[in-house]
Design a protein around this ligand. Structure first.
Ligand SMILES: Nc1ncnc2c1ncn2[C@@H]1O[C@H](COP(=O)(O)OP(=O)(O)OP(=O)(O)O)[C@@H](O)[C@H]1O
Ligand SMILES: [Mg+2]
Length: 266
């Protein structure tokens, strides 16, 4: 049984997509079969993995709104062990189209149920909102990873996110866990980064990952080449940080993988 992990924070630009792509690529590199699902109409994960979103005919939109079989939307990527379900700009209208549907919060859950056995990890990149797409992702997930940018107002809005997680637990998915809070875009040269890191650790305590993602230009450049950083520059600090995050997550989930022969390879 695989683990389904949402990357969520309604704040824009905190590193959700960068984390989704590079965490998924790192898990794949250590030979854990991984699927990444782009649930953001901006489709940055899709383009960041080298797929032109406009060229996609079968996206997560067709699955959630059109009832297309999810297996028909799975695309292979340049990396072994890493598959993608792409997004499409049409997803912008999906939240409105879902409103009238029965069990509208469980559409994604029902669509991906059958994939859990095929992958070790399913990573879902959420849009920067707490609307129905994010609710669907949280309802379908075992856990949520919350990226927090080491910037002013880092903690702003997190209360709202935690409250949404609580509501999802109460009404839709009582097993939803917090996988961890990830500090991103950390700049060792600034006192601000340190201050934010301390504040986030005070607030979230042991739920903050030991791995911290540094600000690294290679992570920002790689998407324009349609590659995860590890394929663009494997020696970069950014690639190494995300590999370390993947190892930390595998370590934290050791119990889950007891039955998986793949773990012995990592
Ligand atoms: N560690 C990092 N070092 C340098 N640049 C980074 C890093 N992480 C993310 N970025 C850059 O910051 C910007 C925002 O990152 P990203 O797109 O991952 O955030 P997001 O939370 O997915 O945004 P959105 O809310 O719009 O979906 C991007 O240009 C990305 O390349
Ligand atoms: Mg994004």
């Amino acid at each position: 049984m695989g683990k389904i992990l949402s990357i969520a924070n309604q704040k824009g630009g905190v590193g959700k997509t960068t984390t989704a792509i590079n965490l998924a690529a790192s898990l794949a590199v250590i030979e854990h079969s991984t699927l990444i699902i782009d649930v953001d109409p901006q489709s940055n994960t899709t383009s960041g993995l080298g797929i032109e979103p406009r060229s996609v005919t079968n996206s997560i939109y067709e699955v959630m709104i059109g009832g297309t079989d999810i297996n028909e939307t799975i695309m292979e990527t340049e990396m072994p062990h890493l598959d993608l379900i792409p997004s499409h700009i049409n997803l912008v209208g999906a939240e409105i189209e879902m409103v009238e549907r029965n069990e509208r919060e469980r559409i994604l859950l029902k669509s991906i149920e059958g994939l859990k056995d095929k992958y070790d990890f399913i990573i879902i990149d959420c849009p920067p909102s707490l609307g129905l797409l994010t609710i669907n992702s949280l309802t379908a997930s075992d856990s949520v990873l919350i990226p927090v940018q080491c910037e002013y107002y880092a903690l702003e809005g997190l209360g709202q996110l935690l409250n949404t997680i609580k509501i999802v637990r109460q009404h839709l998915n009582r097993n939803l866990e917090i996988e961890g809070v990830l500090l991103t875009m950390y700049d060792t040269r600034t006192r601000l980064s340190n201050q934010v890191a301390d504040e986030v650790k005070r607030y979230f305590d042991d739920r903050v990952f030991s791995t911290i993602i540094a600000r690294n230009i290679r992570l920002a450049e790689a998407p324009s080449f349609g590659k995860p950083a590890i394929l663009y520059d494997a020696t970069s600090a950014g690639s190494k940080n995300y590999l370390s995050l993947a190892r930390e997550i595998i370590q934290n989930n050791k119990k889950m993988f007891k039955s998986s022969p793949l773990l012995s390879k990592s």
